[in-house]
Write a protein that binds this ligand. Structure first.
Ligand code: ACO
Length: 433
């Protein structure tokens, strides 16, 4: 959205002087508009990893990384997690406001109505190798939706509401089917008498010999965990969704790309790697102090998974909620997980260590979510899929905002070229190895 300037900065490069407007967002963050910089001065900005680059203005999510604040459309994430179901938050993100009781009931009905996937698509699952990672299947299936529902991939405005609802509904079915495939069990179809999260848990855990596979605390935990993941402004995967969408690619293609970006261990894939790290520490009986020492060693590639964040320089508010939730689910199940003990020990040791203090490294959302999923019986390779189901409304909201923004242009960063200068091709017989 075009912003109103509140001041001006001057950039001086050699003989060029450029006046750049300064904007301020609704929570006070300031940005210099350098969009004319290259044209006027012949110079570009250099910002690997986009540490200082604002790629858009957005009215969806606000984060204050110093104070540990996260809000979706003005609502604090803790408030939403305490008082809403996931589908209300999905509605809030994709449609702009929380639903009334009547809107929620209609939306829930629509999500049920579109929860099946085409039978031919179900066939796909049987052709994946036995131990395929569910994130690979998820991303391939989502982009395949544009073949099965081509009329909905055209970005026509009147169809978009339906495309969005279908996608939110079907992603959870695809996710559960991919899990069933991986354990060699028949797919369980969605049911109209279950709500969104119950339906997902039922498709995951019921089988011809096992009915009623979930407890109220599992449903509550699923709702809360999906809400914690629902959006996080211009993170790696959301930026990918926007970049792909900016080329005019359809929603399914853009979301499929976002799923691939999320998969990486430095992003959503970290939840899986946290558990692998904890299992390894437990199995080897490694001392927590040794793990911390390895994480601090600059010669060692190991990092404490689930720690640190590009934006949060204080405790990630989602990690706090996830930690409490994890303790609650374990208490409700009346079990004990030694991995939770190790995680809490690691957290205490890291937070007391100057290395982590000086770099403002705190647990991020992924540190405790995996432990909660594990307690719920969700297998490790499905953790990032859970993250994707939660993040979907956020990706969609970012994509819709991009489409409606008059300032949107194709995402196309510049570079500083460092390769060879111009040269000519030698005849092949003269070339040396
Ligand atoms: N363990 C040990 N040291 C760390 C860690 C960690 N988890 N995270 C950052 N550091 C150190 C870095 O080595 C660096 O130290 P230096 O200044 O001495 O070189 C310093 O802290 C800054 O780290 P950067 O990598 O520059 O920070 P960046 O913002 O680029 O990376 C990231 C953020 C990728 C999340 C990083 O903290 C990390 O790798 N964490 C572990 C993976 C993880 O948990 N990812 C999930 C993030 S949340 C999400 O995406 C949903």
């Amino acid at each position: 959205m075009p912003l109103e300037p509140i001041g001006q900065a001057t950039i001086k490069i050699d003989e060029h002087e450029l006046a750049c407007p300064i904007f301020r967002g609704s929570e006070g963050e300031r940005a210099i508009d350098i969009s004319k910089l290259r044209k006027e001065t012949g110079t570009i900005t250099y910002d690997p990893g986009f540490m200082n680059t604002g790629s858009c203005s957005s009215a969806i999510t606000f984060i204050d990384g110093e104070k540990g604040i996260l809000r979706y459309r003005g609502y604090d994430v803790a408030d939403l997690a305490e008082n809403c179901e996931f589908i209300e938050v999905a509605y809030l993100l994709t449609r702009g406001s929380l639903p009334t009781a009547e809107q929620k009931s209609r939306y829930s009905g629509l999500l049920n109505q579109h929860s099946m996937i085409h039978e031919d698509m179900r066939e796909f699952f049987s052709h994946y190798p036995e131990h395929s990672h569910p994130m690979a299947i998820l991303s391939a299936m989502v982009v395949s939706l544009s073949s099965f529902y081509p009329e909905l991939g055209q970005n026509r405005h009147e169809d978009l509401d339906m495309t969005v609802t279908r996608l939110i509904s079907k992603l959870r079915t695809i996710a559960a089917f991919s899990y069933k495939k991986s354990i060699g069990e028949p797919a369980v179809y969605p049911r109209h008498d279950f709500k969104y999260c119950e339906n997902f848990l039922n498709m995951m855990f019921s089988s011809p010999v096992r009915k009623e596979p979930f407890t109220p605390v599992m449903v509550e935990a699923t709702n809360k965990l999906l809400i914690l993941h629902a959006d996080h402004e211009q993170n790696c995967s959301a930026s990918v969704v926007r970049a792909v969408g900016s080329s005019g690619a359809n929603l399914y293609a853009s979301i499929s790309a976002g799923i691939c970006a999320l998969w990486g261990p430095l992003h959503g894939g970290a939840n899986e790697h946290v558990i692998r790290m904890l299992v390894d520490i437990h199995a080897r009986g490694t001392k927590v102090k040794e793990v911390i020492a390895r994480a601090k060693d600059p010669r060692h590639p190991f990092r404490l998974m689930g720690f640190g964040h590009r934006v949060y320089k204080s405790y990630d508010p989602r990690a706090r909620i996830a930690k409490e939730l994890c303790q609650k689910v374990i208490a409700a199940n009346n079990t004990h997980d030694p991995l939770l003990d190790i995680a809490q020990e690691l957290e205490a040791e890291a937070l007391a260590d100057p290395y982590f203090q000086d770099r403002n490294l705190y647990p991020n959302v992924d540190f405790y979510t995996g432990l909660t999923y594990r307690e719920m019986g969700i297998p490790t390779n499905m953790f990032t899929v859970m993250f994707a189901i939660g993040r979907l409304p956020g990706w969609i909201a970012q994509w819709l905002e991009l489409k409606n923004d008059t300032e949107t242009r194709i995402a196309r960063p510049r570079q500083v070229y460092t390769g060879p200068n111009v040269r000519t091709v030698d005849p092949i017989e003269n070339r040396e190895d």
